[in-house]
Ligand binder design. Structure first.
Ligand SMILES: *[C@@H]1O[C@H](CO)[C@@H](O)[C@H](O)[C@H]1NC(C)=O
Length: 236
């Protein structure tokens, strides 16, 4: 086609949306019925060096590097879905085969220190229940672990010269490195340290069913809070 790239990109998005809405209306679905998930991984050293600090869970020190922060369903109209079924509590037997892996990779890091089971229960109650038409209790936690394992964000960043050495790095460079690794642009969020610097906090990718990273049209309108660069604190 003989159109300028900027126009063709905008046209492609518009066309994809029309197609998407078309498919939805055929299936009798509304945009708010279409659910996908954001997997956020947290740079634990930033949380620990941030204003509120961190405490390790009672089961001991978790994996160093990125840990799972959350797996949150959203719908096509960019609504974060919360608290969809208060009666559906996480049954520990649903995750009995993976608790040690979860302790390592999805730890409770707030203070005072607690067991991570309380975190998993509240994440399921608050967020998981809204995506259970796609991922049940077992699948929800397995999906988070699988996606984290699929692409090691720390390796990807280091290979692009973005190292956890306490220096500042460009947001765009980090975003581009992750985009190449997962196929789609991630969302990147920061927290402030005591001197007001942006610390790399969360890197978030989207998935439709937990098996792989996907493009989710709902990412339109995302804005990072990091500013043009962020500080990448050393591993703790
Ligand atoms: C979740 O779904 C899978 C696949 O259908 C099934 O094998 C598993 O028993 C289910 N787990 C729970 C906790 O419902």
């Amino acid at each position: 086609m003989n159109i300028k790239p900027s126009i063709s990109a905008a046209t492609a998005v518009l066309f994809a949306s029309l197609l998407f809405f078309g498919v939805l209306s055929v299936q009798g679905l509304e945009p708010e019925d279409v659910i996908f998930f954001y997997l956020s991984q947290q740079w634990a050293s930033s949380k620990c060096g941030g204003e509120r600090g961190c405490c390790y869970p009672k089961t001991g020190k978790p994996a160093s590097g990125f840990v799972i922060h959350s797996l949150r369903p959203e719908n096509f109209v960019n609504q974060v879905l919360k608290n969809c079924d208060s009666k559906d509590q996480l049954n520990p037997s649903s995750i009995s085969g993976m608790t040690s892996e979860l302790q390592e990779h999805w730890p409770y890091l707030d203070c005072p220190s607690r067991s991570s089971m309380s975190l998993w229960k509240s994440e399921w109650r608050t967020y998981g229940t809204c995506g259970k038409s796609v991922l049940n209790q077992t699948q929800y936690f397995k999906a988070a672990l699988n996606l984290k394992k699929k692409v090691n964000f720390l390796d990807v960043l280091i290979k692009s010269g973005i190292k956890p050495d306490g220096q500042f790095y460009k947001l765009n460079d980090a975003s581009e490195a992750i985009r190449k690794a997962i196929g789609y642009e991630p969302r990147i969020f920061c927290i402030k340290d005591k001197s007001g610097n942006s610390l790399l906090n969360l890197i978030t990718g989207c998935t439709l069913d937990g098996t792989q990273y996907n493009h989710c049209i709902g990412t339109l309108g995302y804005e990072s809070n990091c500013g043009p660069s962020f500080k990448f604190p050393p591993l703790k």
